[in-house]
Design a protein. Structure first.
Length: 135
């Protein structure tokens, strides 16, 4: 699913267009939060997160963060290259979801649990069996 998402982003706007347009994403998120807050007459929720405000002020940082996410999505097949790759990629994707959770106020609990079960646990179990001398 990650690779398909990355390919879709590149196919719809081109690699350069997506990365260039990603500088405006924090502003779009701010507008969405303001609209949601004002529609509920709850201005306190309209402010957004501190990270969102910082990214609006520093668009190049937002481009770097979103560009890193695109690279992770396009390279997700690397997790199939073996246990070390699986473990490392699982940790990177969990960190990616944690960043998105803070930035977009989304819940990636189930995604992270699946990543832990399928990408992180097998290498840990294999390493534990090696340490204990079991095959």
């Amino acid at each position: 699913a990650y690779v398909v998402t990355g390919i879709t982003k590149v196919a719809t706007s081109g690699l350069g267009g997506w990365i260039q347009g990603s500088a405006n994403y924090p502003v779009q998120l701010r507008k969405t939060n303001l609209q949601a807050g004002f529609s509920r007459a709850d201005v306190s929720t309209a402010a957004g997160s501190g990270l969102e405000s910082w990214l609006v002020a520093h668009p190049a940082a937002g481009q770097a963060m979103l560009g890193t996410g695109l690279v992770l999505e396009l390279g997700a097949f690397l997790a199939l290259l073996g246990r070390p790759w699986s473990f490392t990629y699982g940790l990177l994707l969990i960190a990616f979801h944690a960043m998105n959770s803070v930035f977009m106020n989304l819940n990636f609990r189930w995604h992270n649990q699946c990543l832990f079960i399928f990408l992180i646990m097998p290498p840990l179990i294999a390493a534990g069996r090696r340490v204990l001398g079991r095959k």
